[in-house]
Design a protein. Sequence first.
Lengths: 215, 215
Amino acid sequence: MTTRNKPIYFEQLHSQQRRIFNFIKRFMDRHSYGPTMREIMIGLDITSTSVVDYHVNRLVEAGFLEKVPSISRGLRIPDHYLEPPNSVSVPMLNEVVTSFAECVPYQGCRHEIPTEWLRGKAANDVYALRVNTHLMYDAMVNDGDVVVLRRQNRLNDGEIGMVMLPAKNETRIRRLKYEGEWVCLEPLMSVMQPVRYRRDEIQIVGKVLGLMRQF
Amino acid sequence: MTTRNKPIYFEQLHSQQRRIFNFIKRFMDRHSYGPTMREIMIGLDITSTSVVDYHVNRLVEAGFLEKVPSISRGLRIPDHYLEPPNSVSVPMLNEVVTSFAECVPYQGCRHEIPTEWLRGKAANDVYALRVNTHLMYDAMVNDGDVVVLRRQNRLNDGEIGMVMLPAKNETRIRRLKYEGEWVCLEPLMSVMQPVRYRRDEIQIVGKVLGLMRQF
DNA sequence: CTAGGCAGAGAACAAAAGTTCTGTTTGAAA
DNA sequence: TTTCAAACAGAACTTTTGTTCTCTGCCTAG
């Protein structure tokens, strides 16, 4: 843990400390290494390295910087203060899974998805799945498409998910509507008709986050 | 330009130089800064910094490393020797464009696409386009989908592209088949019928690289 | 007013780190 | 074998760079 007691917001920092923080970030973008005390001093027109050292230590205390003592250019900006990546990598599986235990050692193919699709949640149970001809999905999903799922066994009313119909041993992408003991699977294309099942007839495989199709 | 005369492959390097190169890369992954001569020396069980310096200079000459003289931890691995990013960012536009001149100053919304979609080509003329209800595309493309296009005015026979029908002032995503003076636009859904146009009746907007749909 | 903490100045110091120099070993080519 | 360049060893040297110390001005609580 850090040494700070209460969370400090960037805006609450001393203006000098904000300048130094921003300088370090810009410097690291431009070069592949961090700045020295003296480079910060010169770059920000500060008159002494001790002043830089002073504020750097304040920034470290506040958790905005990490520093390896006595190591030259040993400043680091913690990950959570860097730009969040706008894409994340998820495992690419060949078949529907209801548990990740079966594929934990699998480190093979992965697929990149926009961070936005996670809607702020972790990517733990998210995986990508390439649709093959055996799985006939909704008409809006084509053969060869990559469907991104979050593995979960429950869905809220109105959410779109992948469900398995054990009777037919088939999976479908449908919008779920709950009606008492029944669940209504609505196709995404309005020309098709919704079908109603008993809740225990179907198994929810996951929530559908997105779809990628390469032409 | 670099000082090297002929291209050198990594495998042709002295084994010691390969070890040093790999060490630097691993070190940079672990820490946020590069190693010093001495750290390389200790890490690889080399007996003198001069040996490290020697091989580092060979690597710089061969173009595998960049080095800022006299700067501590000033080693850098050129971009083309790092892992290529598996996603790239392209501009996100609101309407079909036939030239990028009209949107060069536009630095706003961008969208992440898998590098794979570029099929090795540059991302220069690639942009993303969110489909709205006014543009009724092929049935496999839904309202709200993001279509990724490479802006180009020509397509090879059999390629899928976005074309504009000036008569109707509408755009469509179709597979193009050339038949002499005619071009046949084949829908991606087999239930729909292909339509034949004269070549000068339609304008090719771009090649469709992929599609992304967030649920 | 005064004490004390915070920010800044300036300088010196010590450690880290790049560079250079001389000499030795090694291995392949002549 | 001889020769020569590449590779290695060891050490010293210089520059870079982090750290520390003292002193000063400023502001505020008491």
